[in-house]
Design a protein around this ligand. Sequence first.
Ligand code: UDX
Length: 430
Amino acid sequence: MSRVTVIGAGYVGLVTAACMAEMGHQVTGMDIDQAKVERLRAGHMPIWEPGLAELMEANRERLSFTSDPTEAYRDGEFIFICVDTPPTYSGDADLSRIWQVIANLPPEDGTRILVTKSTVPVGTGAAIRAELAAKGYRHIDYCSNPEFLREGTAVHDFMNPDRVVVGADDSAICERVGTLYQSLDAPIIQTDVASAEMIKYASNAFLATKISFINEIANVCEATGADVRTVAHGMGLDKRIGPQFLQAGIGYGGSCFPKDVSALKQLAGNSGYHFQLLTAVIEVNELQKRRVIGKLKRHLGDELRGRRIALLGLAFKPNTDDIREASSIVLASRLLAEGAVVVAYDPVAMEGVRGLLPSVTLCSSADQALQDADACVLVTEWAELVGLDWAKARAVMASPVIIDGRNALDAGRLRALGFTYEGIGVGNPL
Ligand code: UDX
């Protein structure tokens, strides 16, 4: 058992805290947001993440929360930095919250290892170590330990990782941090700090590249009559390619891919290298979100003004309440700009949209959104939406047009019900 302090009670911090406690460690979670800490102490979850509340409840005796840095650092042998690093206007990562953590570290009082889980540009670890040295903090060692958690399955991903990456300049530090994870059945990769930082960026950028690649293939499939689902299946069976992240759709979103791809591109640019591939990955993704407009026009005519379009799903993917960089936001904005009446429903993620796009009418059910709609777009493939009573939907819609932005619906059945169905790259007979 080790004593672990986790700084930041967001997605990564809370999952790290709960899972570290589950692995038997004594954990103190710290966040500067006092109200959030109060809610956590009372057993309320500030985020929606399947399985997390249950895991926290089960490990209550090994898990405490505070907003007081002195209390948080007092006992921590390992101090995990899990604060967010949002993009700045320039596309670089904003590291101000990390520097705040460094500023609050206690002066000489026992050895500790500072472990960065937040995604940071390559070179940040070196800068942190230089800062620690400048402060004379020789008692604090440093390790990079990036996370690879997907929202919606973060607890499972933490407890069942494909690999654990620990990067430090001394293998003894890697060993000590690796020991925290010894109860997990996963390879522990020891690297230098810069390589650990790069593994995180390169992994996310590669997955985003895979998605943009299959989306471009989908667009060519549409022009040539091929079916991208069959193509992806045929490609994915090649072990060198693999089947994952080859699902064509209306673009990737979320708190990680858009931010990390842009930060890696920026990082390369700052070092004098033009990362051309990532420029294309970003552009393809932006265009992919907008292609739905063309599809709607093909079925409804060029004039979308006054047409009622129902967006089903707003979250950037199912099983999360997160709408950061979600394709739904760009799509809704474009439709509003065309003069369309946009109505929307999401099983969980509606609050954020209310503030962001006040002109979108939010409905309390999918049925309500579909009432009198001229077309509907499946934006997020929630099981609840895929499993709708589509015969009933057909009866209440003003015109039966479905754009399936995730290729998640049964096209044959919908056509048999009288719908005009169009997916993404699926050879679209009208
Ligand atoms: C991602 C990484 O998977 C994770 O390792 C990293 O730590 C954080 O970023 P997350 O953002 O939670 O996780 O979502 P993910 O499940 O990877 O999906 C990202 C986006 O890509 C979603 O918008 C999803 O709809 C889209 N996607 C994913 C596709 O369009 N096609 C695919 O085949 C896979």
